[in-house]
Design a protein around this ligand. Sequence first.
Ligand SMILES: [Zn+2]
Length: 158
Amino acid sequence: MITVWDHRHLKLAREVASWSKDPRRKVGCFMVTKKHEPISYGYNGFPSEIDDSSDNLTNDDFRRKFMIHAETNAIRLGDRDRLRGATAYIWPFLPCQPCTSMLLGAGIDRIVTTEYAPEHWVSAFSDSKKVLGERVVIYQMSDIRQQTTPYDPAFPLN
Ligand SMILES: [Zn+2]
């Protein structure tokens, strides 16, 4: 079930996604406890030791190899004990397989995201969805459109 808190937190994940410098895809993750208390957030980016120059950011091979995904960054920055049983809001789509494992390993209990799936991610997302089972809640774009202004899910806030 989608609550007003889900809506608010998913909007925050969208906001966090906009902070990513990745020119291709901006992903955001916002995590809260069962009582809606914020725990952590993350967006996709290089570790601070790697220069986020446009050379590195536009080199697809380099970027894929060294970029930390939003979910992994949120787990990395979150307090281990508070992550157990938490909800992760991910904008704009399901976690990839390695992030799915990281989220489960960290004890994340619920994942809220949207139905958006770029074509080359469809198969990976289908695997993630299977593994996550009832932990994942898919927010329909139509639900969001009813409550916010329209946007392009592929490039939110751009
Ligand atoms: Zn990932």
